[in-house]
Design a protein around this ligand. Structure first.
Ligand SMILES: O=c1ccn([C@@H]2O[C@H](COP(=O)(O)OP(=O)(O)O[C@H]3O[C@H](CO)[C@@H](O)[C@H](O)[C@H]3O)[C@@H](O)[C@H]2O)c(=O)[nH]1
Length: 476
């Protein structure tokens, strides 16, 4: 009998990558693959012992991220973490794989599955002769855009000529209409990392090379589904045939739970933040489609003035609110920068929380629209739940996601970067009331469910992906 396949799943150490990577790990495990899920030591501790206990054929391990403690609170923490993981994690990963391979009862590692921004792991896999699959945590369109950053440079669009390009409308009015599979798109919507006048800017170089590295793995995994991004997927597949589109991941996972899979609850989540589940109880007391849910993900930072402007816009919308204000959403702030009058003005129609079970919130019938930063997971979770979006993208791939949500899928309304309370109130009201937007959102929800249901494209792709893991060990 062929040995059991063993996948080492290795996410970049942020919620936007850990969450979907854990979902992929669970799906592989459900398909019979032995899984080792690798966190950084810092996140392993932060998640807590219960979250990383593991169970039969599913283990948690950790490696150091190489960052010193002082760098963790630094303003350029993200950059520091990317430099440190990409330059210091290869040796610990090599050691971990050697240790796993020498552990009695543990099958030999047969595939390494890193997320984007962890391409050092692909190099380690190549060096050890182990197959690999890379997971790009954004949309297919954002991958295509990031892969074209070098070409944008060759064609003279990058680096930006001077700093005025950032503010004079250049990013909005320069339209790129030659990226395969993509509709004409403003330069600024391709990626935030191109907002630089420095050709050697770290963010630009790192993100371009990481996107292109993903396609050097044996296969590419995407949290999207074929109907959602048909054109850009066709263009990507023309160059990289082995792409598994298995989104929305949450829907695919729920298929199994609905079918009575016993194992899922034991690895239910891995939150780096303390989750508040009381908001779900509160949602149960609200009428259908009556609540505006507000959440800016795990990295977005607001100034106190932006927070106040959002607060007044939301209050003026007149709707009931569920607002998740992460403890560092306003640095050093917590809830403190909220105007006290806002709390009075929304008394009885506002639930404030710090970190909630977002997928559960979005799936709740009481939620009517989502004010979001358009991180890809949030965007995908909202599409899967059929919830219209009010979009305020800020960095990375969020502009691309916003463009598609508003202009391609017809499920969102875009806010200007400068937050103005009248616009927030107006867009929220429209997203809650527009029949057209609600119809589009319901349509994508149905298509997402179809993709994840038995026989659907994502369901079939997951089966093929698991088969690919098994076929590696068949050859051993
Ligand atoms: O209160 C909360 C807030 C968030 N989440 C979850 O955290 C994840 C957040 O991911 P995402 O929406 O993608 O936002 P970021 O955390 O900002 O994600 C980073 O990673 C993403 C995937 O690569 C990119 O698309 C984003 O631009 C980047 O900021 C989602 O699964 C949410 O469900 C919760 O469970 N509870």
């Amino acid at each position: 009998m062929a040995p059991r396949p063993h996948a080492v799943v290795l996410p970049y150490p942020g919620s936007g990558n850990i969450n979907p990577a854990l979902q992929i790990a669970k799906l592989l495990h459900r398909g019979g693959v032995y899984v080792t899920f690798v966190n950084t030591e810092h996140n392993h501790r932060k998640a807590g012992a219960d979250a990383v206990r593991g169970h039969d054929g599913f283990r948690f391990e950790s490696i150091p991220d190489g960052l010193d403690e002082a760098a963790r609170g630094a303003q350029d923490y993200g950059r520091g973490l990317s430099i440190s993981t990409s330059t210091r994690c290869a040796a610990p990963l090599r050691d971990l794989i050697a240790r796993l391979n020498a552990t009695p009862g543990v099958p030999a590692v047969s595939c390494v599955v890193p997320t984007a921004l962890m391409s050092f792991a692909l190099a380690v896999a190549r060096e050890l002769g182990i197959p690999s699959m890379a997971f790009w945590g954004g949309s297919a369109a954002s991958l295509m855009g990031h892969m074209r950053l070098l070409e944008l440079q060759d064609r003279g669009y990058l680096p930006l000529k001077d700093a005025s390009c950032l503010t004079n409308g250049h990013l909005e009015t320069t339209v790129i209409d030659w990226i395969p599979g993509m509709p004409p798109i403003s330069l600024g919507d391709i990626s935030s990392f191109l907002r630089t006048t420095d050709p050697n800017d770290f963010g630009l170089r790192f993100n371009e090379s990481e996107a292109n590295s993903c396609t050097k793995a044996g296969a590419l995994i995407l949290n999207t589904f074929d109907d959602l991004e048909a054109d850009v997927l066709a263009a990507l597949r023309a160059e990289y045939p082995c792409i598994y589109t298995i989104g929305p991941l949450g829907s695919l996972l729920n298929e199994g739970i609905a079918a009575g899979d016993a194992d899922e609850s034991s690895t239910s989540g891995l939150s780096l933040w303390k989750q508040d589940t009381e908001c779900i109880t509160w949602l149960a007391t609200q009428e259908a489609s009556s609540v505006v849910y507000v959440n800016f993900g795990s990295h977005t930072v607001l100034t106190p003035a932006q927070l106040a402007e959002f607060a007044w816009g939301l209050a003026e919308s007149g709707h009931t609110l569920l607002w998740s204000i992460r403890e560092n959403l306003v640095p050093g702030g917590g809830l403190a920068p909220l105007p006290p009058e806002f709390v009075d003005a929304t008394a009885g129609r506002c639930c404030l929380t710090t970190w909630c079970p977002q997928e559960q919130v979005l799936q709740h019938p009481a939620v009517g629209c989502f004010l979001t930063h358009n991180g890809w997971n949030s965007t995908c979770e909202s599409l899967a739940a059929g919830v219209p979006m009010v979009c305020w993208p800020g960095f990375a791939d969020q502009f691309t996601n916003c463009k598609y949500a508003c202009e391609v899928w017809g499920v969102g309304l875009r806010l200007d970067h400068e937050v103005r309370r009248e616009q927030v109130a107006g867009h929220v009201r429209k997203a809650m009331e527009s029949k057209d937007i609600r119809r589009s959102a319901a349509g994508w929800k149905a298509k997402a469910a179809e993709a994840a249901a038995p026989g659907g494209s994502s369901y079939q792709n997951l089966k093929s992906m698991v088969k690919a893991h098994n076929s590696v060990t068949d050859q051993l």
